[in-house]
Design a protein. Sequence first.
Length: 407
Amino acid sequence: MNLVQRVQDILLKPKPTWPVIEQEQADVAGIYQTYLIYLAAIPAVAGFIGMSVIGFGGFGMHMRMPFMSGLVNMVVSYGLSLLMVFVLALIVDALAPTFNGAKSQINAFKLVAYGCTAGFVGGIFSLIPSLGALGLVAGLYSIYLIYTGLPVLMKCPQEKAGAYTAVVIVCGIVAAIIVGAVSAAVMPGRGFRGMVSGMHRDPDIRISTPDVEAHIDTSKMEAMAKKMEEAGKRMEAAQKSGDGATAGNALGEMMSAITGAGGEPIAADELKTALPERAGDLKRNSVEAESSKMGSSAKAIYTGDDKRLNLSVTDVGGTAGLAALGWAAAITLDRDTDGKVERVYKQGARTVREEYRKDGSQGEYTLILANGLIVEAKGQRLDQAALKSTVEGLDLARLESLKRAKS
């Protein structure tokens, strides 16, 4: 299947395309690996670039979501979008007999996966937050796609397709509210400039704007899709046998495959040992460590003369799997404006973000390690070289070797 051609066909000529899809030999994992992991990345990555890199504003103001918050929001929304497709497919399949249709889990999954194409592609408008509403308009076209596909894939009478579609959409909205609540519990969040390339079966996805280049290594996505498929098979078997408890456990496994939940965050006291007594000529005058099921962190404040340094080490804990996927997203940025510099680049398996004012009044240096730990230095009246030296002077190899315990 040619990805670009399939997107064009389902958007421009859905009625003749649905019978072709119905005849295709496919499984859930295959559709995730060859189609959904690419399409679902469009709104997630575009939203991150629009909100955290390009920014939004009006009336003389310009704002951006904090970089780290935007990055976590990107991977959370991406993972939950993939899960939502599976959940909505279960709803479509369960409702089939009500509208004189034929139950078929794979056909229901095909319907939702390809029917959501317009919504996913419309996510490109998130590159500019003020145009985000156009993405919602594009998403409405997905309702029409599902309407045209129901009689073909779920074998319902044409006269019942409208009611079937309406009930699916209502159930989907309810499910989306629940999924949105889960997303908000992990991280808050959500614009046309740029282009999408590499939409064929390449090893990565790329989205670029004049000063930003982003690509995602899809090998981690494919591994995640396989785990979801394994859990999905167990869920299907449990549903057929009427074993609700096993089906619930399988759904939990699918969520874990996406979020990486289930691993205990690294102990805050372990992170605290990485913070030194002194940072250059600055003395540590406070330190704190805190842990929760969502993560752990250790923070210290250093002062001297009129200088101040905030140094922290953070583990995102329950979203470790999503974080690992997000850290694999190589977002490259190089922006130099009057009085301010912002750069994001890769340093081997690590990601580096620098943001500072040229007058040295304020700066940030963030290092995201290969295991998802975030080391961040924020300084006032400290030059950028001092911030970088402080972070790189920590025992990063030891931090990177720390493992999360199974819960």
